[in-house]
Design a protein around this ligand. Sequence first.
Ligand code: DLZ
Length: 160
Amino acid sequence: MSKYAQFSELDGSHIRIGLVRARWNGEITKNLENSAGKTLQDYNVTDDRIVSTEVPGSFELSWKTQTLAYHYDVDAIVAIGCLIQGSTPHFDYLANAVTNGLTEVSLRTEVPVVFGVLTCLNEEQARERSEGEHDHGPGWAKTAIELGSAKRELKRENSE
Ligand code: DLZ
């Protein structure tokens, strides 16, 4: 039995998705962005309906995600970052800040935000989760399509 979420009948042909990527641990986050982007396309979210942007580090993801939610017509946003534990408590402060920040943005703006932030003890763990069989990017993209579709449907119902 797979522990990963299963998805059925995804179709992204009517939704717009935001992707925000942090450049810290950039090789890892680029892989995650690429695989998420490919999965979006596999489910009919064409390039013209994907808004991609970057920030320096994961701490900045919350602000940029909020600007996309408020100022761009997106139905869901994937915030992508990679935190790797160092020898100081910095990792814990950053992980808490970005987790709370993205949760707040999602609830405040009512735009679904997918938590695409790896929190790893070392680079090896980060690589395992950003490549091959255990790459998290595709699952994040599918989550965004499911929630983005629900959000778009809600907007449609409320406009009737
Ligand atoms: C400062 C910092 C550290 C130590 N580690 C990471 C990390 O592992 N992953 C990441 O995305 N960002 C890190 N940063 C940068 C912060 O997120 C932020 O960009 C800076 O503190 C500037 O606000």
